[in-house]
Design a protein around this ligand. Structure first.
Ligand code: ADP
Ligand code: MG
Length: 359
């Protein structure tokens, strides 16, 4: 096993004739610690698959270097990297039995047949494939086939990392939940580095110790689920994590404190006044509350979501979302709101600034 290190990794696919290359990866500097359980989270097209493929060697990045511990692997072929990769859609040998599919990566590396049998039995048990071991893979459902793909990714124990590229896309929701828990369990048992790609925040937050958030070819934040929730370093993280996402409101600054449409707000993380750029205040809907003395608002919409309500209010033309307890009365007479100063942060040109960055 190894620590995986990216040094200034960039990648541009060959552009159509006459066009300039577009970078699918822009300067990625990232360390994947040995034994970590990572989720790589970001919207479709942000570069997740491209990044995974540079780790496994399916793709050589156009610039930068990749290291496994002290060894540079940037140009090593896939077969020399000891990386297992599970793709979004099943990759199985249809004419082989389930057993032979699972055994393939082991036999390929010359493991003796007794050990192969033992290991395949173990993996099949874990994935509920034992009853199907002697069936041909072609007879299985899409779910079943993807379980074989997962099994083939998990069967070797001598790998540097296992990469999962949205592997549960074709799996039905209930089984999805089960398999995700199994992967997490397996990570805890084996300690193999796992990188799990998804565009689903719930999936990312339940699988990973650390979530790597990508946006437009760049890693914008790496953190625990709590860090991403409490202290989004980039606006995108604020939007993408949480439901509803973080509120961002235009603001000016007065002695380091944000002023939103002539309302002086308080933040526990003031900034210097010399910022040049577009400044905004960011606060999650969970940290906005009704108060007797605050910013006057108009109530726009109340959505009852069972355990809580999402209230949309407006001040001037700015929309602010609030998460309010299910049993709380929504004021009807001159409603006013305030923000929790400990959870109110300042952003400049989309990036977090001020004392809130490193606490
Ligand atoms: P994700 O996995 O996050 O959805 P990808 O890594 O697949 O994103 O793609 C990142 C960007 O690179 C996208 O804009 C995509 O269109 C482009 N891209 C991906 N694969 C290729 C390819 N083989 N040739 C050209 N462009 C590609
Ligand atoms: Mg992808």
């Amino acid at each position: 096993m190894a620590e995986i290190r990216f040094k200034n990794v960039q990648h541009a696919y060959p552009p159509p004739k006459g066009q300039k290359p577009v970078y699918a990866l822009k300067e990625v500097n990232q360390i994947w610690e040995d034994g970590g359980a990572y989720a790589l989270l970001g919207p479709s097209g942000c570069g997740k698959t491209t990044l995974l493929n540079t780790i496994s060697g399916l793709l050589t990045p156009s610039e930068g270097e990749i290291y496994f511990d002290d060894q540079e692997v940037t140009h090593l072929p896939t077969s020399d990297r000891r990386i297992a990769q599970v793709f979004q859609f099943p990759v199985v040998y249809d004419t082989m039995t389930v057993f032979d599919n699972l055994a393939f990566p082991l036999r390929n590396r010359g493991m003796d047949e007794t050990a192969v049998k033992q290991r395949v039995a173990q993996i099949a048990e874990m994935l509920d494939l034992t009853a199907n071991l002697n069936k041909r893979a072609s007879g299985l459902t899409a779910d079943g086939k993807q379980k074989i793909s997962l099994g083939r990714g998990l069967v070797r124990s001598d790998v540097n990392a296992i990469l999962f590229d949205e592997p549960l896309t074709v799996i039905d929701p209930h089984l999805k939940w089960q398999l995700r828990s199994k992967l997490k369990e397996l990570h805890q048992q084996t300690g193999v580095t796992m990188i799990y790609v998804t565009h689903d925040q719930v999936e990312a937050l339940t699988f990973a110790d650390k979530v790597v958030v990508m946006y437009d070819g760049a890693v914008v934040q790496v953190g625990t689920p709590v860090e991403l929730f409490n202290r989004p370093k980039h606006k995108f993280v604020g939007y993408f994590i949480g439901s509803p996402g973080m509120n961002f409101l235009p603001c000016k600054l007065d002695r380091g404190q944000p002023v939103f449409h002539n309302n002086l707000l308080n933040t526990s993380y003031p900034v210097g006044n010399d910022l040049s750029g577009r400044t905004e205040v960011g606060v999650r809907p969970e940290f906005v509350e009704f108060t007797d003395d605050g910013i006057p608002v108009v109530i726009d919409k109340i959505e009852d979501l069972g355990r809580y309500q999402v209230v949309t209010v407006k001040h001037e033309s700015e929309v602010i979302k609030m998460v309010v307890d299910e049993d709380q009365q929504i004021p009807t007479d001159n409603p006013k709101i305030q923000f929790n100063p400990d959870m109110t942060r300042i952003y400049c040109d989309d990036w977090l600034v001020g004392g809130g960055q490193n606490e």
